[in-house]
Design a protein around this ligand. Structure first.
Ligand SMILES: Cc1ncc(COP(=O)(O)O)c(C=O)c1O
Length: 398
């Protein structure tokens, strides 16, 4: 195999795979792209103002731990959002990230070193389908990737079936809530069960909560909230979040990891040589953004309008398409030959670009791919464009 044909261990970027898949197909209608989960609603008005006021900060190397104001603002938001009282020590439990993605990758290396498990090959567990960066983290940590198959929309993987010897060599368990792509939210009892397992077998729960503020009706329970409810500590638990979805600022690259203070401090030492710091003006935007809920409420309203339109237009064909959170639709297209075939058909005949579910899931050891039957739609465009896309999908497939 030539170097140019080699694929990274994660299976490759799903959008590049789609590009290859659709190459040469001429769409019949003006294209509408529903593939990438890049928020397109307006960011809060104040963001350029704050960047500009703090522009001198671009002339400085930022501290890896973030500014005291950053840690305080994130800590206050977490305490308020999840009812943590005084139990979160923001000084030691919060660290800025260049968006949650890079943290989700590099934290896995720190989990391996922090836990210092010896003996059998370390394992990383994650539900399948999954955000591909978790796989990159496992790869960098030299860990075996153990995939939990999708149980159907709204059903969470059964933790009771996990083999204790596997859990003993596990260094990290990645779990997204709301999940991308299904939009399923983990309830308090599920988080508690996972955290209890993590403490019993000494692995880290890496909770990807970047969609935590994009929900339909009820704010999703957070991993810190569950840890707090268990015993008031955050041992073995880290949440990852960012301004990308909450504040429509995916290009700012500003997020955070928060949780187990001993782990966060260990991770900060690693980051201090291995990771880029977050620019001071971006941290200043975060301080302001985490103190403001108005823009988040409006963003949520805009997504929910699109879910209502999707439910009205698509449910006659697919059944209810509602979920608990996030901004994706995860549609079973078995009747049309599965995700890859349906994505090709929708692009050719309707000019609608969607992501085949197989590209964000990996093959299980038995060769099946739990995403194969599905397509994923990102509801990031305007209501009008989204509505037009839903109508075209129905016309094309009914
Ligand atoms: C499930 C999930 N996790 C993490 C991320 C990373 O987001 P960011 O690095 O912008 O915070 C994304 C981005 O789309 C995502 O879908």
């Amino acid at each position: 195999m030539s170097n140019s044909q080699k694929k990274p261990a994660s299976g490759g970027n799903p959008f590049q795979r789609l590009r290859v898949q659709l190459e040469g197909i001429q769409p019949a209608l003006e294209p509408i792209t529903l593939t990438i989960g890049e928020p397109k609603h307006e960011p809060p008005q104040f963001f350029m103002e704050v960047l500009s006021e703090n522009r001198e900060g671009f002339r400085k190397y930022p501290p890896i731990h973030g500014t005291p104001a950053f840690r305080e603002a994130v800590g206050a938001w977490l305490c308020n959002r999840y009812g943590l009282g005084q139990s979160l020590d923001a000084e030691r439990s919060v660290i800025p990230l260049n968006g949650s993605r890079e943290g989700l990758v590099t934290a896995c290396v720190s989990a391996r070193d922090y836990l210092g498990k010896t003996g059998d090959k370390p394992a990383v567990i994650l539900p399948n389908p999954f955000y591909q960066s978790y796989g990159a983290g496992a790869h960098m940590a030299g860990a075996e990737l153990v995939l939990l198959p999708e149980q159907g929309t709204g059903v969470l993987p059964d933790l009771k079936v996990l083999d204790p010897t596997l859990l003993d060599r596990t260094i990290a368990f990645y779990f997204a809530s709301p999940a991308n792509p299904q939009g399923t939210v983990a309830p308090m009892a599920y988080w508690k069960e996972l955290i209890s397992l993590a403490r019993k077998h000494n692995f880290m729960v890496f909770a990807d909560e970047c969609y935590s503020e994009i929900y339909r009706t009820t704010p999703p329970t957070g991993v810190l909230e569950a840890a707090h409810a268990l015993d008031g500590t955050f041992k073995n638990v880290v949440t990852f979040n960012s301004l990308s979805k909450r504040s429509n600022l995916p290009g700012l690259r500003c997020g955070f990891a928060a949780g187990d203070p001993d782990f966060i401090q260990f991770y900060a030492d690693f980051r201090n040589i291995a990771s880029p710091q977050v620019p001071l003006p971006a941290q200043a935007v975060a301080v302001r953004a985490y103190g403001d809920e108005e823009h988040v409420i409006e963003t949520r309203r805009l997504y929910n309008e699109k879910y209502e339109a999707a439910e009205a237009i698509l449910s006659p064909l697919f059944g209810s398409v509602m979920n608990d959170g996030g901004f994706f639709l995860w549609l079973d297209t078995s009747r049309w030959g599965g995700g890859i075939k349906t994505a090709e058909k929708l692009w050719r005949e309707a000019g609608v670009k969607v992501l085949p579910g197989a590209y964000i899931a990996s093959d299980m050891p038995d060769g099946t791919n739990p995403g194969a039957a599905y397509i994923r739609l990102a509801l990031v465009d305007s209501l009008d464009i989204s509505r037009e896309a839903f109508k075209r999908i129905v016309t094309c497939l009914e």
